[in-house]
Design a protein around this ligand. Structure first.
Ligand SMILES: [Zn+2]
Length: 304
């Protein structure tokens, strides 16, 4: 009896050891998850918390997240206070030292990335600006995808040295592919350099900087603050004066105000996925830019 118990315990441990061989990686957002999958390949298991259709600043923190975080070896978070509104209480509940601040598995994806919109003066949080630590939508510059992938290869290799060669090879493949695609996307958007756009939220600043679009305003008076009649009344004549061609909004936004502004100004309203999963056709990182670039090119061709 004792021997049997011993054997089954030993087998159980072996199974546990085999299961633990795959790094258990949890990503706050799908974009971090798909990049991690490209670098980690079969050696990691990815779970993503927020959906691509959610507003990244106001994620619905479901109780199941606590169990997922409790079992994580690695946590990928955006940083720049992107998850400040929902992640901290979940981490307290998860009681997992590996992924606490300074834990071996805590990865801040913005590391090494030059953030736009860094505050130049004192920050007044009572104003409700959800970008107090700089603009956190940096994954919308595909060149930043290479920086994120580079950090992930480094982290996975440190935590799982046996597969370091595979992580390095996957990183090279991903970066080379991205370089090639960035050249293609840049070429496709080249004829529209300097085209003026207005966005709902400051989601597309990095995309615009990379591909030469000029963002002249937002529907929101400040990031995270609902549009007000005063703001919209001032925005409309400015958009007309500047000759704004496109109004870019995330697919999950309420449509009433954007529809009104588009109608009043003649700008073309374009639903532009800001994340992987924000549209059913956008399922990976390269696909996000393939889709968005094609949408913009098609809209601007028509408006010419
Ligand atoms: Zn934001």
């Amino acid at each position: 009896m004792k021997a049997k118990l011993f054997i089954s315990l030993a087998l159980g441990l072996t199974h546990a050891a085999v299961a633990a061989a795959k790094l258990n990686v949890v990503a706050t957002f799908p974009d971090f998850g798909v990049i991690a999958q490209a670098v980690g390949g079969d050696n990691i298991k990815i779970t993503t918390l927020a959906r691509g259709t959610e507003d990244p600043h106001f994620v619905d923190a479901r109780p199941s997240f606590i169990r997922v975080l409790n079992q994580a070896d690695v946590l990928l978070e955006g940083g720049a206070e992107l998850e400040v509104g929902w992640l901290p209480p979940l981490l307290t509940g998860a009681r997992n030292a590996k992924i606490l601040i300074d834990g071996p598995g805590r990865v801040v994806m913005s590391r090494g990335i030059r953030l736009l919109g860094l505050p130049t003066g004192p920050i007044d949080r009572s104003m409700g600006d959800v970008h107090p630590a700089g603009n956190p939508h940096y994954w919308l510059d595909p060149a930043n995808g290479k920086i994120m992938a580079g950090q992930l290869a480094e982290v996975f290799s440190r935590l799982d040295a046996a597969n370091a060669d595979a992580y390095r090879a996957n990183l090279k493949k991903f970066s080379d592919r991205l370089d090639q695609k960035i050249a293609d996307w840049t070429k496709a958007l080249e004829p529209y350099r300097g085209v003026k756009v207005v966005t709902y939220h400051k989601s597309y600043e990095y995309f615009a900087e990379r591909f030469g679009l000029s963002v002249v305003g937002q529907i929101e008076p400040k990031p995270g603050i609902e549009p007000s009649p005063t703001h919209i009344t001032a925005l409309i004549p400015r958009m007309k004066l500047e000759g704004v061609k496109l109004l870019l909004i995330e697919p999950n936004r309420p449509r009433r105000t954007p529809d009104y502004v588009a109608k009043a100004t003649g700008a073309r309203l374009l639903l532009l996925p800001d994340k992987v999963g924000a549209h059913e056709k956008v399922t990976d990182y390269i696909g996000l830019f393939d889709y968005d670039v094609a949408q913009i090119v098609a809209a601007l061709k028509e408006s010419k």
